[in-house]
Design a protein around this ligand. Structure first.
Ligand code: DUT
Ligand code: MG
Length: 156
């Protein structure tokens, strides 16, 4: 007998009033890395993002990111390629202790106005493990071959 345990961490979602009727955010293909996030703007009031402008777009859900993980809010490449729409703070960080609505900070880097309608898939969230380091102040850095060289110090 084969017993398969689902070892994936659980992502609890809480639907907010503005998320009523929206599809549950989900992986759109079997191997998708990100969960697509949908715009919870009002049906009757699509959001027009003018060139160069930004907007914080609601998703209609609280995501309870499991402890030891983060949610990375990333752009969708199709919107970026076709319309110049991206996430200004990419990748956005959703902390595991955040209990507010997940929002997406979109910016229009294209040349045309972009209309965001209710339910449009505007970004994706990748659930990724994080390590919290123990922070310790010391007085001198240890020596390495690289030393302070950076920002192209090894050539092109
Ligand atoms: O794209 C994003 C980025 C952040 N957040 C939420 C979840 C995250 O846990 C919280 C804080 O984000 P961050 O730490 O990046 O922003 P901050 O400017 O440091 O705000 P805070 O002082 O609240 O930590 O805002 C989103 O909903 N979407
Ligand atoms: Mg912060």
């Amino acid at each position: 007998m084969n017993i398969h345990h689902d070892t994936r961490p659980t992502l609890n979602l809480i639907r907010l009033a503005n998320g009523e009727g929206l599809d549950l955010p989900t992986y759109e293909s079997k191997g998708a890395a990100g969960i697509d996030l949908r715009a919870a703007v009002e049906e009757a009031a699509p959001l027009t993002l003018l060139p160069g402008k930004r907007a914080l777009v609601p998703t209609g859900f609280i995501f309870e990111i499991p402890e030891g993980f983060e949610g990375q809010v990333r752009p969708r490449s199709g919107l970026a390629f076709k319309n110049g729409i991206t996430c200004l703070n990419s990748p956005g960080t959703v902390d595991s202790d955040y209990r507010g609505e997940v929002k997406v900070l979109l910016i229009n880097l294209g040349e045309e106005p972009f209309v965001i309608s209710r339910g449009m898939r505007i970004a994706q969230m990748v659930i990724a493990p994080v390590t919290q380091a123990r922070v310790a102040e010391i007085t001198a850095a240890s020596e390495t071959v690289r030393g302070a060289g950076g920002f192209g110090s090894t050539g092109v």
